[in-house]
Each structure stands twice: as structure tokens, then as C-alpha cells.
Design a protein around this ligand. Structure first.
Ligand SMILES: [Zn+2]
Length: 218
């Protein structure tokens, strides 16, 4: 079994704009709770109301512990690989991986599914690790294009092969509930490399295994 070093993977991945501020998770929550109190008071809300008074701390905990833990290197999933002793040399395809993120322009949800294919080189990855890698990068403020690239680059690095394909289908709350208010549109982003680009039979096998974009059910 090989253990993966998160820093080695993250150094190969398109960075999320990030500046280390050296605040602990507790310090981050205290600061966000304080600042969110100001946002709510600025909106004219009465924080002495018993339904509202815990909201700033609830939002702070949600940001740090639940929806943005992918900003912490320490939260990167523990990944072990096993030798491909059986010389498996066809596609491994996993579809409909839950991909719940937040748009970095409006801080509202992106709700989607990611579909992945790879052809093992010398090592294979536990299937649930694909889900964990998707979840880690989804738990950052994101744009869908970067999210797909980060997942792809992490897998290329971990699996030591270019034979990786990633497609993400998602709906954006910021498109649905504000601005253009388009309730039906969906967005697909993809990054294919290695045989998935060079060989149409591999590409066809993957693309025909994944749901059509309008068939993705949330
Ligand atoms: Zn947005």
C-alpha cells in the first residue's frame, strides 16, 4: 500500500486563490460570527429575537466545519493505493458522485454530480476515494470549471496516469434564484486526457456510461 502526501498532490493542482492567515478554526469561527452579526444588523435584523440570535455562530460553524473545509490541507482525504497485481487495464467508471459546492461569486450552493473514469496504471484506488477527492475540492468556494480541473489534476497525480476523465454536471443557485433566474439550465464541465482524448472508443465508452446532462436528478 502507498500513502499519498496531500501537499504533493495539492502542489500539482490549479490553486484556489488563497492567502494563509494563520487563524485556527476556532479563531475563524469567532471572527466570522462577529462579522456576520454585523451583516445581519446592517440589514436591520433584530438579533435579540430567539430565532436569529444563534444564526451568526451557525453560519460561522457551517463555513468552517461543513462547507469550506476543503480550504484546509489537513482535511485532504487519507488516500492509499494498492498494487494493480491483477493487471486490470480497462476503464474504471464511477458516475453520479455527489458534488455539493458553493459558488465563489455569490456564496450560494452549486448542486451537482461528477462522473469519473480512469484506466489503472500500476496502482488502483479504492472507489470511495474518488468520492472523497470530489468532496474535498467541492468544499471550497468554487467556480465549476476550476472544480473539474482540480479533481482531474489530483487524480492524474495520485494515479500516475494521464488516462483520466472527469465530467461535472451542476445547477447553480445563483443562476436559479437571482440574476437571470433560470430555473432549468444545467452546466456541464469536463476534462479528459490520455486515451480519453486520443481514442474515441474509450471516450465513447465513458460518455455513453454517464447520464445525459438533463437526466441528472438532484
Ligand atoms: Zn454565483
Amino acid at each position: 500500500m502507498t500513502m499519498i502526501d496531500p501537499k504533493a498532490v495539492l502542489s500539482k493542482v490549479t490553486p484556489t486563490p488563497f492567502k494563509e492567515n494563520n487563524l485556527s478554526p476556532k479563531e475563524k469561527k469567532d471572527k466570522i460570527a462577529h462579522l456576520f452579526t454585523e451583516i445581519m444588523e446592517t440589514l436591520g435584523l433584530d438579533l435579540s429575537d430567539d430565532s436569529l440570535k444563534e444564526t451568526p455562530l451557525r453560519v460561522a460553524k457551517m463555513y468552517v466545519d461543513e462547507v469550506f473545509y476543503g480550504l484546509e490541507t489537513a482535511s485532504f482525504p487519507k488516500i492509499t493505493l494498492v498494487e494493480n497485481k491483477f493487471d486490470y487495464d480497462h476503464s474504471v467508471i464511477e458516475v453520479n458522485i455527489v458534488t455539493n459546492s458553493h459558488c465563489e461569486h455569490h456564496f450560494v450552493p452549486i448542486i451537482g454530480k461528477t462522473h469519473i473514469a480512469y484506466i489503472p496504471n500500476k496502482k488502483v484506488l479504492g472507489l470511495s476515494k474518488l468520492n472523497r477527492i470530489v468532496d474535498y475540492f467541492a468544499k471550497r468556494p468554487q467556480i465549476q470549471e476550476r472544480l473539474t480541473l482540480q479533481i482531474h489534476q489530483a487524480l492524474v497525480t495520485i494515479l500516475e496516469t494521464q488516462n483520466v476523465a472527469v465530467v461535472t454536471d451542476a445547477m447553480h443557485a445563483c443562476v436559479k434564484t437571482r440574476g437571470i433566474k433560470d430555473v432549468t439550465s444545467m452546466t456541464r464541465t469536463s476534462k479528459l486526457s490520455g486515451v480519453f482524448i486520443q481514442d474515441s472508443s474509450h471516450r465513447f465508452e465513458f460518455m455513453s456510461a454517464i447520464p445525459r446532462v438533463q437526466e441528472v436528478v438532484y
